[in-house]
Design a protein around this ligand. Structure first.
Ligand code: TRP
Length: 450
C-alpha cells in the first residue's frame, strides 16, 4: 500500500475542523429525527437516556474515531487495515471500515428523501401556501406530499445531485466555506423559533414533556433508540469523523475539538425540541406524529409569527444546507474508498455511488405510500433501513472502533495522540470498559435477554 500521508489535504485550522465536523454532526438528525423520536418514545426519560449516551458512550467514541483517522490518514477501510498491521493485529479489522461504508451509504439513501421534503417546504412556505395555516391545513399539506411518490422522487433526485456535485469537487474548500455561514445562521433561526415557542401557551407543557422523565414509559427498545440516536446525531460509527480526523493537523487537541462539536450538536437538538413541542401542545396535536412531526408543526408556528413566511423559507433553506453538509460526510468514506482502492477519480466515484444510493432511496419514498403496508418484522422499508443502520450498525461500528483504540493500539500511541493529561485515563476506561459494556447491555435488553 502506498503511503497516503501526503496525498490528503489538511484542514486550514482547528476551527475549520470543528466547523466541518459540526456540519457532519448537525443535520436532519437534530432537527427532524431527535424531536420525533423523543415524541414517539414518551419525552423526558428518552431525552435523559439520550444525554447519558452522548456523554458516556458518544464523546469517548468520537475521540477514538477521530484519533484513528488522524493516525491512519486514509479512507476508513485502509486506515483500519494499516493500523491493524501496525499493531500486528488481524486485518479483519478492515471490516469495521466496510461496515461503515455500507451504513453511510444506506443512511444517505433515506436521508436524501427527507432532505427532499425540506426542499419541498422551502417552496411551500415561500410560495405562501402555508401562511396562517391551521393545524388541519398543515397536516393536509404534509399528507399530500407523503402520498405523492413522484414529487418526492423529484426532490430526492435534486438533493442527491446537489450532494454528489459538491462531493465530486473535493471536500475541504466548499464545505469549509458553506458551513462557516450556514451553521451560525441555523443557530440564529432556532433561537428565533424558541423565542416564539416561549410566548406560546404550550410552552410549559412542551418543556415539561421534553425534560420531565417518566421512566415507566421507557421500553428496552426505546433505550436502544436513544443510544442509536446518539450515534446518528454525533455522526459516529461509520467513518465520517474518521475521514475528517484524517485531515486534522497533528498539533490540534482532539479531545477539546470533539467536545466542542458534541456540545454544539446536543445544543441544537435540544433547541429544536424546545421549538417544536410547545407548538404541538398549543395546537392540541399529538407528540407521536412520527417522521412528519416538524413538517406538520413548524409551518403552524411560521404561519402565525410576524414575517413568518420569510423566516420559514429561510429556516428550511438552512435545514437543507445542514442536511447537505451531513450528506457529504455520509458518502465521503465510500468515495475515498472507491478512489483509493479501485482507482476511480472523484467524479466517477460520485456518479456511481450517487446512482446506487438514489435507487435504494426509492424504497423509502414508497414506504410512505405504495409500500406503506409492506413490512418486515413490523417495520416498513424506511423503518427497517433506519433501524438496521442507526440502532445496530452504528453502535456496532463505534464499539469496534472503541475496542480497537482501547485494547489493540499501543497505549504509547494513543497517549501521544491525545496528550498526557488527567482526562486520558478517564477516556481509556470509558472506551475499554464503560462504552462496550453499556452498548452490550442495551442490545441485550432490547432483544429481551436482560
Ligand atoms: N449526524 C448527521 C445528522 O444528525 C447525519 C450523519 C452525518 C451521520 N454523518 C454521519 C449519521 C455518520 C451517522 C453516521 O443529521
Amino acid at each position: 500500500m502506498t503511503d497516503q500521508r501526503f496525498i490528503h489535504s489538511q484542514w486550514s485550522s482547528r476551527l475549520a475542523f470543528i466547523l466541518a465536523a459540526s456540519g457532519s454532526a448537525i443535520g436532519l438528525g437534530n432537527i427532524w429525527k431527535f424531536p420525533y423520536l423523543a415524541g414517539d418514545n414518551g419525552g423526558g426519560a428518552f431525552v435523559m437516556i439520550y444525554l447519558l449516551c452522548v456523554a458516556a458512550i458518544g464523546i469517548p467514541i468520537m475521540i477514538a474515531e477521530t484519533l484513528l483517522g488522524r493516525c491512519g490518514r486514509r479512507s476508513p477501510i485502509n486506515t483500519m487495515r494499516a493500523l491493524a498491521d501496525e499493531a500486528k493485529a488481524s486485518r479483519i479489522w478492515g471490516y469495521v471500515g466496510w461496515l461503515g461504508v455500507v451504513s453511510g451509504f444506506l443512511i444517505l439513501s433515506y436521508y436524501s428523501v427527507i432532505a427532499g421534503w425540506s426542499m419541498a417546504y422551502i417552496f411551500k412556505i415561500g410560495g405562501g401556501f402555508l401562511s396562517h395555516a391551521s393545524s388541519e391545513v398543515a397536516q393536509q399539506v404534509f399528507l399530500d406530499l407523503k402520498a405523492a411518490p413522484d414529487v418526492q422522487v423529484i426532490w430526492h433526485t435534486a438533493f442527491m445531485a446537489a450532494t454528489l456535485f459538491i462531493v465530486s469537487r473535493g471536500v475541504s474548500d466548499g464545505i469549509e466555506r458553506a458551513t462557516r455561514i450556514m451553521m451560525p445562521g441555523l443557530f440564529v433561526m432556532l433561537i428565533l423559533l424558541d423565542g416564539y415557542a416561549l410566548s406560546s401557551e404550550g410552552f410549559g407543557q412542551g418543556v415539561s414533556f421534553l425534560f420531565k422523565p417518566d421512566f415507566a414509559r421507557l421500553s428496552g427498545e426505546s433505550v436502544l433508540t436513544a443510544m442509536g440516536q446518539a450515534f446518528f446525531s454525533l455522526g459516529l460509527g461509520m467513518g465520517s469523523i474518521m475521514m475528517y480526523g484524517s485531515y486534522l493537523p497533528v498539533q490540534v487537541s482532539i479531545s477539546r475539538a470533539t467536545l466542542a462539536v458534541a456540545s454544539a450538536d446536543t445544543l441544537v437538538a435540544l433547541l429544536a425540541g424546545i421549538a417544536i413541542f410547545p407548538v404541538v401542545f398549543a395546537n392540541h396535536l399529538a407528540p407521536t406524529l412520527g417522521p412528519g412531526l416538524i413538517f406538520e408543526t413548524l409551518p403552524i408556528a411560521f404561519g402565525q409569527m410576524p414575517a413568518g413566511r420569510l423566516f420559514g423559507t429561510v429556516f428550511f433553506i438552512l435545514v437543507f444546507f445542514a442536511a447537505l453538509t451531513s450528506a457529504i460526510a455520509l458518502i465521503e468514506p465510500t468515495i475515498a474508498f472507491l478512489s483509493e482502492n479501485l482507482g476511480f477519480n472523484r467524479t466517477r466515484a460520485s456518479v456511481w455511488s450517487g446512482i446506487a444510493c438514489w435507487f435504494i432511496g426509492l424504497g423509502t419514498v414508497f414506504s410512505f405510500n405504495a409500500w406503506a403496508e409492506v413490512s418486515w418484522f413490523g417495520k416498513n422499508f424506511f423503518e427497517l433501513v433506519d433501524f438496521l443502520t442507526a440502532d445496530i450498525m452504528l453502535p456496532l461500528g463505534g464499539i469496534l472502533m472503541a475496542l480497537f483504540a482501547g485494547w489493540i493500539m499501543e497505549r504509547t500511541l494513543t497517549e501521544a495522540e491525545l496528550g498526557r493529561n488527567r482526562a486520558y485515563p478517564l477516556w481509556r476506561i470509558l472506551v475499554r470498559y464503560v462504552a462496550p459494556v453499556a452498548v452490550a447491555v442495551i442490545f441485550l435488553r432490547a432483544i429481551g435477554v436482560l
